[in-house]
Design a binder for this molecule. Structure first.
Ligand SMILES: Nc1ncnc2c1ncn2[C@@H]1O[C@H](COP(=O)(O)OP(=O)(O)OP(=O)(O)O)[C@@H](O)[C@H]1O
Ligand SMILES: [Mg+2]
Length: 501
């Protein structure tokens, strides 16, 4: 068998107003992890959707194990040994793991339509064993964690005898522990000569996992290198086309008045005794392991979930927030980590999404002042470097990272006094991250109190004035900017000395 599993050359895909993929190329060897990186909107997902048969390219040549092919459909891609693991999994929740792995191809008795359950379960177990994953194949998928569902997707790919597995930002939703498990699993795949194409914005993963790395920019091919021959700085330069001097452009301001104070917040079984303040002039970080209760605290402050105990104060005054609408009226904004479900109306345009939460600011005499609406939107598109052919583009057609930037624009336009950012840079490329950090500086300069929830410790350490660490539903400790190190934060975050809620 040929050493080269896949060659894609001169790939082009045009959409109205954009060339999503503009002469891209990629080769994949047997047993290789090939990282595909590039800024938001660079064309990574589009190139991989072409490979998976979900999109028909306008031009380009694809060879599988040396043979030229035209990939006609997702089914055809599957027959060719190509599997793509999307971020939104394609599983049926109320069926078991085993049924999902063999969906539509369950082993049956003879020529009958009667499923041979013992064989189904043992075949499914055999596949999971091949990748050394220990899961009960009878468990329904709705009971599986995100990480387990991802493993089921990979097992499903193996059941189709995939030789090429594409993972598009698989790490974005995983905890550190789950990430280790994923890396082990990927190594098991490559040991079996499967080639893996791995897309991620977390550059450190490339160095842990990758054999080679290909960089795309504006749909075009920039270059391919062995991971051993690149540095973080050199690949950043390839990605953004310039040197990135400072990944964390933190500015410090004088700490002003207390803006937000929460005192003894509790929600039964979720978090307890949560007290902290955020002043003007500062950025406060809220970190901890996934599941520590950070997002839940933010949701409760924002009125999305009910509180069982505690009091919220805004500018020294006790307030009650019973719904997100009330929070917004008080000038509190929450940027959620899950842009698909909470942040955006996918069928609406960039303009409509940007102004949606604060349309009243644009209304005079009962009419929306459209010219102002357009110019406001254009300003954010420019400031946040949102890659879109225009402000009327449907948000659905933007790349993942650019959708996240629209969520940001929307909240910036609400002119909140308190902004809570939940994982603000997840899925955002390195260059755009810096822009977002600069914007946070700008918000603080204007007197907005900023609270950042993040699992990215370098980000928290790089941008926050104070860092609160949560563990098992409580604040386990607070560190100043000067005190904070990754080790100290991890120590508090795993704090076994503290009792759980
Ligand atoms: N169906 C579509 N219609 C119009 N434009 C599209 C469509 N799909 C993608 N695009 C555009 O093609 C470009 C490439 O998008 P793609 O999703 O491939 O980027 P990406 O590299 O995966 O980015 P990210 O890192 O943000 O996920 C973007 O400018 C995007 O807006
Ligand atoms: Mg993408």
């Amino acid at each position: 068998m040929s050493e080269i599993l896949l060659e894609m050359r001169g790939m082009i895909k045009r959409y109205p107003g954009v060339v999503a993929v503009d002469g891209a190329q990629l080769t994949l060897n047997r047993g290789e992890v090939h990282c595909l990186i590039g800024e938001n909107g660079a064309g990574k997902s589009t190139l991989m959707k072409i490979l998976a048969g979900a999109i028909v390219p306008d031009e380009g040549e694809i060879r599988i194990a040396g043979d030229a092919v035209t990939i006609e459909s997702p089914n055809h891609a599957q027959q060719l040994g190509i599997s793509m693991i999307y971020q939104e999994f394609n599983l049926t929740p109320f069926l078991s793991i085993a049924e999902n792995i063999f969906l539509g191809r369950e082993p049956c008795y003879g020529r009958t339509p009667i499923i041979d359950w013992p064989t189904l379960y043992s075949d499914a177990s055999a596949i999971l064993n091949r990748i050394r994953v220990d899961l009960d194949v009878r468990k329904p998928v709705y009971q599986c964690s995100i990480a387990e569902q991802q493993m089921v997707e990979i097992a499903k790919a193996l059941a189709f005898n995939a030789r090429i597995i594409v993972m598009d930002e698989p790490s974005a939703t995983l905890t550190d522990h789950e990430l280790d498990a994923l890396f082990t699993l990927i190594r098991n795949l490559t040991e079996q000569d499967i080639g893996v194409i791995y897309i991620s914005h977390r550059l450190e993963e490339i160095f842990t996992l990758g054999d080679r790395v290909t960089v795309m920019r504006d749909g075009a091919y920039i270059g391919t290198d062995a991971v051993a021959d690149v540095t973080r700085d050199s690949i950043i330069k390839m990605m953004v086309g310039r040197e990135l001097k400072d990944e964390f452009p933190k500015e410090t301001f004088d700490r002003g008045d207390e803006r937000l104070r929460v005192d003894g917040l509790g929600r039964d079984g979720v978090f307890k005794d949560v007290s902290f303040t955020v002043h003007t002039g500062e950025i406060v970080g809220l970190t901890g392991l996934v599941g520590a209760g950070r997002t839940e605290v933010a949701r409760a402050i924002f009125g999305a979930d009910e509180l069982d105990a505690g009091q919220i104060y805004l500018d020294g005054e006790a307030i009650r927030i019973r719904s997100p609408r009330e929070a917004i009226r008080h000038g509190i904004g929450l940027l959620t980590e899950d842009r698909k479900n909470q942040g955006l109306v996918l069928g609406m345009s960039v303009r409509e999404n940007t102004t949606l939460a604060n349309l009243k600011a644009l209304v005079r005499g009962g009419l929306v002042r459209q010219r102002e609406e357009r110019s406001v939107t254009a300003k954010y598109v420019d400031e946040l470097r949102i890659k879109t052919p225009g402000i009327e583009q449907t948000v659905q057609n933007l790349s993942g990272g650019n959708q996240q930037k629209v969520v940001l624009a929307k909240w910036l336009f609400t002119h909140s006094n308190v902004l809570i950012f939940d994982e603000p840079t997840r899925g955002i490329d390195v260059g755009a991250k810096v822009e977002i950090y600069k914007l946070m500086n700008e918000l603080v300069r204007r007197g907005v109190a900023v609270l950042i929830i993040s699992s990215e410790l370098p980000e928290v350490i790089g941008m926050c004035d104070r860092i609160l660490v949560m563990h098992a539903g409580r604040i386990a400790g607070e560190l100043s900017r000067e005190e904070a190190t990754q080790e100290r934060i991890m120590h508090l975050a795993t704090g076994d000395s503290l009792a759980a809620v």
